[in-house]
Write a protein that binds this ligand. Sequence first.
Ligand code: ZN
Length: 362
Amino acid sequence: MLACGACSGVSVAHTTVNGVVAGQRQRASGAGGGAGGGANRGGPARAGSASGRRSTGSGLVEQAGPPEGHLRRVAGGVVLLRDQVDPTAVTTPRPGVSPSAWRPVDPLPAAEPAGTRHVDVFYTPHPDDETLSMGVLIAAAVGRGDRVIVVSLTDGRTTGAVTAIDSQLAAERRHRPGTPPTLLTEDEVAAARIGELRRATADLGVAAGDVFLAHLDGGGTDGGGVVTVAEAAAVIRAFAARYPGATHVTMSDAAERQQDHLDAGVALRQLLDVGIVTAAQWTVSRLWWQLPVPRWSWALPTPADRSRVRRAALEYELWNPADGEYAVGFHSVRWQFAALAEDVRDRVHGTGPLVAGAVPTR
Ligand SMILES: [Zn+2]
């Protein structure tokens, strides 16, 4: 029987939501805000309109409201409730039209000389999934001495979180008369999210040159604002050719309902089935942990891994509009970040032995 939408999922030990580490810059929390210092590097909002924004077109989008869940105190801890989620809902993969619809804008990361490090390539559909759902795996791979490459399939430019961010900016303007009206453009949102991704992956131990942007939600791509299976497969094919024998990791093809997540997972499954890739793992976002998947395990962090993941998560809370930092991840899926802060682990299924620290449960 499928779990009901209001069932609890994550048993955690504490109730602190956003109080893990105090950073130098202000983090978005509650009435958060405050311009903070720092030079203007051209990214902050300017007067403009909301034109250029798009809906993702998918049934489920990462956005500020309605929230995807909330935390509730229970005896012994806190649980993440997902009463906005219908577990019986089905998302259908979007096949896309052409496997050659994608060409890299930037050169792929450097090749790895044969016989040196094992390579793990993580495909994060949006900036934040690598931390929210793959953070333990990434930290563990770095800890093993693997070469870790993170590919962001999208820039996350179509997030509905801009509504909440614009509201936050408007609230700040009321305290600073004379500040021009502000609505973020898609390019500004994308730049902020990529900044969050780069800081978070650095915290996880990934080399800056091994973070790659596929821009699948850019103009003129196969799926427009969403990822298609064909697009994701084209990206994975390129990396499979460049890193023979690598392990490829993305979101689950079996227990995801977010369109971009599911399409990436299905693409990886197809390439595994035809032998283009030989080692594949999928992770499940905690929003869908109640859905069944075969032969899954928890990837559990070492204390060092846990620290890295929590530090990475904080990058998505940085609020400093003067520097183009808008805490997009926090405004997008704040309850998932809240749950992650309390319960750092990944739900994983895939081929071969799972990472060190994983505890097979089925
Ligand atoms: Zn996502």
